[in-house]
Design a protein around this ligand. Structure first.
Ligand code: RNT
Ligand code: ZN
Length: 421
């Protein structure tokens, strides 16, 4: 009997159907953010990198500097990651023709048509985001909630443009596209007025979401604080939760790095499931703050996946990734993080969830603890290996050799990390 067959028997003894788990894992799409490949730089800035509301740290050589490089790098990573994939794009990744440039309030679908072609060719879905940061129109740390009507107008028009682009992408791919509104708006020091900016943000969102667009899934993303904006965040958890709850069709996206350090998103999923039929996620790894480290196969990631699986929410929870480490090989960063998400998903699908739930409901807490602990050392590795083989990717660390070769042949020939081309 092969190791996989043995593992299957062991899982079956606890009521777990391994084949069904493998099938379910292969059907669930994960939206992989394009911005790990170039440190959230994008193609639309005239000479600058990320700034004004977002930060990356590290200067590992070989960052993608243009559309061709980013596509090639994304494909390399995707070839090492099992499962169904979507590519999560930001508006700052507009592809302009030679000599062409328009500001963010004027972008159109045609600037993203090359991405749609890329996605179609490779069987990826697409998700989208307005880019309300790293731009001179971020004034005093504010965008949609700025006291300056000209600043608000610019960002409202930008967000409206992104919804139309997302809608057309969806129409082209016969799909619905998640469009995530996140703004950095906040204040460094003690506010004199907390309500004004929030009312302005609410009015701006109402205008942005006014147009019905059938191919768009709208969502808003809250945050606790940002660097340089430590005292006040306009788009806080309560603000957006209230907004989403009172605006059908607008969902509340949870980023795992956007809560107080002892809060966990795994506990919030079931709370939101009581009220929403969709829960978009940004899976990241905060280290002491919203640091966006590469996602590891850790307890919280496993707990998040368990919540999705055991609440039968695979259709409702939209899994997206959001991390960007510029201090290590970026293709490896993408691959490690996305493989871990796939791994945790399969791991959760293989837990004796039904049995554990029964034990909880019967107040059999001792037995529940015993089984939960035993489940941690079930022969998961043998099933993961099988899954990777079925998906045509390596099951062990040997994928990294391919990344090393790519680094030697491609990445090392690029210019310095802060140069654009
Ligand atoms: C920032 C938010 C946001 C961004 C991306 C690039 O704190 O998490 O989602 O990371 O839009
Ligand atoms: Zn995020």
């Amino acid at each position: 009997m092969s190791r996989f067959e043995e593992a299957k028997e062991r899982y079956a003894s606890l009521g777990v159907d391994v084949d069904a788990a493998l099938q379910a894992a292969s059907e669930k799409a994960v939206s992989i953010h394009c911005w790990q490949g170039d440190d959230v730089t994008g193609f639309d800035s005239k000479g600058g990198g990320a700034g004004d509301g977002i930060q990356t740290t590290g200067n590992y050589p070989g960052r993608a500097r243009n559309f061709e490089e980013l596509k090639a790098d994304f494909l390399k990573a995707a070839s090492l990651i099992p499962g169904k994939k979507r590519i999560n794009l930001h508006a700052c990744y507009a592809v302009f023709g030679t000599g062409e440039w328009v500001d963010r309030d004027r972008i159109e679908y045609r600037h993203f048509a090359p991405w749609v072609e890329f996605a179609r060719k490779n069987g990826f879905g697409i998700d989208f985001n307005p880019t309300c940061f790293s731009h001179p129109m971020v004034k005093g740390g504010m965008t949609l909630s700025s006291p300056d009507p000209a600043v608000r107008r610019f960002w409202i028009d930008h967000c409206k443009a992104t919804r139309r682009i997302a809608n057309e992408i969806g129409a082209q791919l016969g799909d619905r596209v998640l469009n995530d509104v996140w703004v950095p708006d906040g204040l460094k020091d003690v506010p004199a007025d907390r309500l004004g900016p929030r009312l302005r943000l609410k009015a701006a969102l109402d205008e942005i979401f006014a147009e019905p667009l059938p191919h768009v899934i709208d969502c808003v993303e809250s945050k606790v604080f940002g660097i340089g904006l430590e005292s006040y965040t306009v788009g806080s958890n309560e603000f957006y939760m209230g907004y989403a709850a009172s605006h059908p069709g607008v969902y509340n996206l949870m980023d795992t790095g956007h809560y107080h350090p002892t809060e966990v998103v795994s506990d919030k999923i079931s709370a939101l499931l009581c009220y929403f039929d969709k829960i978009p996620l940004h899976i990241s790894r905060p280290v002491r703050w919203d640091s966006d480290h590469v996602v590891l196969f850790d307890d919280e990631l496993k707990e998040i996946m368990k919540e999705i699986v055991r609440n039968d929410a695979l259709e409702k929870v939209l899994i997206g990734l959001d991390f960007f480490d510029a201090s290590i090989n970026r293709i490896a960063a993408w691959t490690v993080g996305a493989r871990n998400v796939q791994k945790a998903l399969l791991w959760a699908l293989l837990q004796p969830n039904a049995k554990l739930k029964t034990l909880q409901d019967e107040d059999a807490f001792t037995e529940k603890m015993v089984l939960m602990e035993e489940a941690k050392t079930l022969p998961f590795g043998d099933v993961w290996k099988k899954y990777c083989e079925m998906q045509g990717v390596s099951a062990d660390e040997s994928w990294f050799k391919e990344v090393q070769t790519y680094e030697k042949e491609v990445l090392s020939k690029r210019g310095l990390s802060y140069e654009n081309s």
